[in-house]
Each structure stands twice: as C-alpha cells, then as structure tokens.
Design a protein around this ligand. Structure first.
Ligand SMILES: *Cc1c(COP(=O)(O)O)cnc(C)c1O
Length: 230
C-alpha cells in the first residue's frame, strides 16, 4: 500500500540522516534506491507515488515487464549479475548497470550501447566478503586491471564502485567489507571526474555503510517487507 511505503520511506530517511550525522556527513549526499525485485509492477507504481525515484532490479527479464512505460518517471539501475545474452535488453532498459563484474560483461554492454547510440553509466562491483556465492571482481588487483580496460570502452562511463556486504550479523566483518570498498574508491577517485558513486548497504546494514562513506544505499525489505523466496 502507498501509505505503508510512505511510512517506511520516511522512517528509512530519518535513519539515513542519523547515520550520516554520526560521522559528520550531509544526509543529502546519500541517495536512496528502492529495490523492487520480487515485487510486482504495482509496487513500483506505489513507490513512485510515495516519492521514490531511483529503482534497482537484479534481473533483466523481471525488470523489463515491470518498468514498461515508466522510463521518463524514474531512474532504474541493474544491481545483479548481467549475462551477456541480456546485454541488449539491459542497454534498452537501464540508466546504469552497477554490477559490472568482468571485462567480458562490460564489452558486451558497450557493444549493445553502441548499437543504440547511447552511453551508459556503470559501477564496477567488488567482492569484498570473499563469499563464493557473490559476484563482482574477486579482488582489488583484478578490479584495478578491469577498470583500466573498461575505461577504454567509449560507450560506458565508470561512475564508481559497488559491493554487497557479507551475510552475517558480525558488525566488524560487515564494516571491514565496506572499508575495503571505500579505500579502493578513495584510491581511484582522484583524477577521475564523475567517479563519485559508492554503492553499498542494504536493509540490514545500510547505517554501517553510510558511516563508512556510502553515497547510495539499496533498500528492498526495509521499504516493502520480506520477499517471497525464489
Ligand atoms: C536484493 C538486493 C538488495 C536489497 O536487499 P534488502 O536486504 O531487501 O534491502 C540490495 N542490493 C542487491 C545487489 C540486491 O540483490
């Protein structure tokens, strides 16, 4: 319901502001993404009415039906692994792909953007948790090598970095994961105009991510409640 989403958005926004203020940051430097994976198009419409404007989906096909005709009304990012056979659809649909995890993926997306005569913002994803199940460049060195090549692709514009924290309650492990991403970000940002997005933090850990410098947090459960398993 719109009223529930409105209430959740307002609560989350105050938690974002408090986390930012704890570390002396301006809350307006943190963008809130509504992650609508697992929820129907109706949820997107309601979230739009409640004031959300940035959306995240982790599967191209699921997003295709959900965001038909909404292009002018919101910004949509892909946050899940992109299979190269979905690159054409991704180039048609998204404003940004946050989950570039290999040069191969980037090249496929660049080629499809070229076909459409468009450019696309991307983030490079780093696996900061060491969990095998997670996508992303496996370590910092491979990320740096990947970045050097992705920057040569004329249709992609690298805007920053993304990670998914570890699946644990251990706050120190979660913080360590975010610190790793931030230190890579701080190393790379100087001399790269427009490299200004640090996407980290989900419903269970976004306050830690903000304390560690996140400029974009990706929230599903905190806004829409639990997803049915799939
Ligand atoms: C599902 C997902 C989210 C949102 O997760 P919640 O815990 O529901 O907030 C954020 N980022 C990525 C990459 C996801 O796949």
């Amino acid at each position: 319901m719109v009223s529930t989403i409105t209430a959740n958005l307002s609560e989350v926004r105050s938690r974002i502001a408090e986390a930012a203020q704890r570390t002396g940051r301006d809350p307006s430097t943190v963008r809130l993404m509504a992650v609508t994976k697992g929820f129907p198009r109706q949820t997107v419409i309601e979230a739009l009415e409640a004031g959300a404007s940035l959306f995240g989906e982790n599967r191209v096909q699921e997003a295709e039906t959900k965001f038909t005709d909404l292009a002018g009304r919101c910004e949509t990012h892909l946050i899940g692994h992109l299979q190269t056979n979905k690159a054409r659809a991704a180039a048609a649909l998204f404003d940004c792909v946050q989950s570039i995890d290999s040069l191969h993926t980037a090249q496929a997306l660049d080629a499809r953007c070229e076909e459409r005569g468009r450019t696309m913002d991307v983030l490079l994803e780093l696996n900061t948790s060491g969990e095998q199940s997670k996508s992303g460049f496996p370590n910092r060195d491979e990320l740096l090598a990947g970045l050097a090549e992705v920057e040569k692709l004329s249709r992609l514009r690298v805007r920053g970095l993304m990670t998914v924290g570890p699946l644990t309650e251990d706050e120190r492990a979660i913080r360590a994961s975010f610190v790793l991403l931030r230190s890579a970000f701080e190393e790379l940002a100087p001399g790269r105009p427009g490299f200004d997005v640090l996407s980290m933090g989900m419903s269970s850990d976004f306050e830690i991510a903000i304390e560690e410098g996140a400029t974009l947090v990706r929230l599903g459960t905190a806004l829409f409640g639990p997803r049915s398993p799939r």
